[in-house]
Design a protein around this ligand. Structure first.
Ligand SMILES: Nc1ncnc2c1ncn2[C@@H]1O[C@H](COP(=O)(O)OP(=O)(O)OP(=O)(O)O)[C@@H](O)[C@H]1O
Ligand SMILES: [Mg+2]
Length: 301
């Protein structure tokens, strides 16, 4: 939302409340009635705060959308009940894509189902299914989850995103790369439903709690206060047996490779790589090169 938009929406709401919309403005109001520049209205429409009720060459009729009304209500301190408040309905096959990591699965399910938030941070070297865990949670949560990548947080900023979408779950990949402003917002969001927006001195009470699940390669760059807000689960590189199981599982389930080929790839990589991504690359090249040659070219020697 741009600076001043909320004031505009409030004025529009006042206009709508002081007129009988059904009788006087069945085809919506136009820019002249609310005295807002058409380009601004069209932007508010694009952002979802307005609905387009009527459109002809000479007249565009608008009305506040549900989102627009929700934003106004929220900012004025009223709590808005949304579907986001409902408990997540986590099915048993929530993490069916992830091979192994049984304790992590248990921890995540328990945390997401807890009455009040327990935030979980998955930390560890590459290719240990950290992102896959986040994906599975996103798939199960649908609209109630927001997915963010630390290195590419949106221009609007985390605060606005959360205020507008009111997610129940915040999934943050590459947490270590998140910018300072978003990290500061995150710190307060994780502590309770209250968000204070320093920029305008405005306060916003979220009507619900937020669960944060994040992933990072590096813990050392995170501030102590951020680390302290998470249950930190360190994922260790796969041991040899584990690696074989994971590789077979991933290739068969996710790469549509035959069981025989998956076993061959796993066996030939045994002791030479701990990176599941090597196995995936080998399986993808194998149809052209054969498994042995593919691995030789990929790993050298
Ligand atoms: N236990 C596992 N179960 C299923 N797939 C796995 C497992 N471990 C690794 N993989 C596979 O390895 C690849 C990398 O996984 P993912 O992207 O989740 O790793 P990551 O831990 O997020 O790594 P990075 O730190 O590099 O982002 C994916 O294709 C994923 O399917
Ligand atoms: Mg990842």
């Amino acid at each position: 939302m741009k600076e001043g938009d909320l004031e505009l929406l409030n004025e529009i709401a006042n206009f709508e409340n002081s007129h009988d919309m059904e009788k006087e403005y069945r085809i919506g109001w136009g820019w002249r009635q609310v005295r807002v520049w058409p380009a601004t209205l069209s932007r508010l429409f694009k952002d979802g705060y307005l609905e387009n009720v009527f459109k002809s060459n000479s007249y565009t009729g608008y009305r506040l959308s549900e989102l627009g009304r929700a934003v106004i209500a929220r900012e004025s301190g009223e709590t808005v009940q949304t579907s986001q408040n409902q408990k997540l309905d986590l099915s048993e096959d929530l993490f069916e894509d992830v091979v192994g990591h049984d304790e992590v699965k248990e921890l995540l399910v328990a945390s997401l189902m807890a009455e009040k938030p327990v935030h979980v941070l998955l930390a560890g070297p590459p290719a240990l299914a950290k992102t896959l865990f986040l994906w599975d949670i996103e798939r199960a949560s649908g609209e109630r989850a927001i997915w963010l990548v630390g290195s590419a947080t949106s221009k609007a900023g985390l605060w606005d995103l959360v205020a507008e979408r009111q997610p129940r779950v915040l999934l943050i990949d590459e947490l270590d790369k998140m910018n300072a402003a978003d990290t500061a917002a995150l710190l307060s969001m994780m502590e309770g439903g209250r968000l204070v927006r320093a920029k305008k001195g405005r306060e916003l009470n979220l009507s619900h709690l937020i669960w944060v699940v994040a992933a990072t390669n590096r813990l050392d760059v995170l501030s102590p206060e951020l680390r302290s807000r998470f249950a930190i689960r360190r994922l260790n590189p796969y041991g040899r047996d584990e690696y074989l199981t994971v590789v077979k599982g991933v290739l068969v389930r996710r790469e549509n490779v035959s069981v025989e080929m998956a076993e061959e790839v796993a066996k030939r990589l045994d002791g030479r790589s701990q990176d599941v991504r090597d196995a995936i690359r080998a399986a993808r090249l194998a149809p052209q090169l054969g498994v042995e040659k593919a691995i030789k070219l990929l790993l050298g020697g």
